[in-house]
Write a protein that binds this ligand. Structure first.
Ligand code: ASP
Length: 323
């Protein structure tokens, strides 16, 4: 058995590890691990309390993958619900589909009686309003929200805004390997923007025959590289989990143009091994490991540099920091 989650998983790792130790299925342990993170407004990058998009609305992404059936459930740009990961689970259970987004995802969440929530907490509202007040021209304010949002998207990639995702990878006592993610995506993103977290194969992938992988950071990069799926395929072709992760990091060197920023890659195999590597990290990335016995422990991620992180481009951090 093994459980790997990132630092954002801190609130959920004890529950998930305890459940796995008691014989729970990996998918159940992962969902139960993610839910308290989604509900806690002190986690500003997942669920309630996440930073809003450029219109000041919180749009949430999440997914689960069952590596034994290769079934997945994912939601993107879901507004108004507390537990996107559980909506994703119900998509897997009840629909012949794998991914729902936007209005359709919200409609489905209502249909199944999912718990609603006002995910825009007061501090996020304050930060967004302060940004709006200071950064928009009088003409833009007069026309709002009927303005061109594309030029404002530069604010979404300000490297000083705190942003993250929670990712969980687990192998249970039966050997089943599963993955899960949940995030509010990038603050000040264009409405409807999906990162990698709900995109199976980019932000996560699990296959009970080989292992699983999940990513945090600039989803635009892992979508382009198909990172999580690539790692599992490298393992299928015989690579160790460490070599598979380094190979996937190396794939990112081919990226030209678009957003080149930071990505952290987490992976496990089926034999109790794991690897976590922060691409363009600054050495501060940590993650949680539970290796089937004792308590989960915090470990430092390795670092690989592939390019300079995008330069400082805007001033959103000025508004998000004060809260
Ligand atoms: N990967 C997430 C996304 O692109 C955000 C993050 O982990 O920083 O939406």
């Amino acid at each position: 058995m093994i459980l790997v989650t990132n630092n954002e998983g801190t609130l959920g790792v004890p529950t998930a590890a305890r459940m796995l130790a008691a014989g729970a299925a990996a998918l159940d342990a992962i969902e139960a691990g993610i839910r308290p993170i989604e509900a806690d407004p002190s986690v500003r990058t997942v669920g309630r309390g996440g930073w809003p998009n450029i219109l000041g609305e919180v749009e949430l992404d999440a997914c689960l993958m069952d590596g034994s059936t290769l079934r997945t459930g994912a939601v993107g740009a879901l507004k108004g619900y507390l537990h996107p990961v559980s909506v994703a689970r119900e998509i897997m259970r009840r629909l012949p589909h794998e991914l729902l987004v936007g209005d359709g995802a919200a409609r489905f969440a209502a249909e199944i009686g999912a718990e609603t929530a006002d995910n825009l907490i007061a501090d996020s509202k304050r930060a967004w309003q302060a940004w709006y007040d200071a950064e928009l021209t009088p003409a833009q304010k007069a026309a709002w929200p009927a303005v061109d949002l594309a030029p404002l998207c530069r604010h979404a990639i300000d490297p000083e805004i705190g942003r993250d995702t929670t990712v969980f990878l687990a192998q249970d006592a039966t050997g089943a390997v599963c993955s899960g993610t949940s995030t509010s995506g990038w603050g000040w993103k264009y409405p409807g923007r999906l990162g990698d977290s709900p995109i199976i194969g980019a932000g996560s992938y699990a296959d009970t025959r080989y292992g699983a992988a999940a990513c945090t950071g600039a989803g635009e990069m892992t979508i382009r590289c198909g990172t999580a799926r690539a790692i599992v395929l490298y393992m299928k072709k015989g690579a160790s989990v460490a070599d598979a992760v380094f190979e996937a990091a190396d794939d990112m060197r081919a990226l030209r143009g678009g957003l080149i920023s930071r990505v952290t890659i987490h992976a496990i195999d089926t034999r109790g091994n794991h690897k976590v590597v922060a691409v363009n990290g600054d050495g501060s990335n940590v993650y949680w490991l539970w290796d089937g016995a004792g308590e989960p422990r915090r470990c430092p991620a390795d670092v690989v540099r592939i390019a300079e992180e995008v330069g400082r481009v805007s001033s959103v951090a000025r508004y998000t920091a004060a809260g």
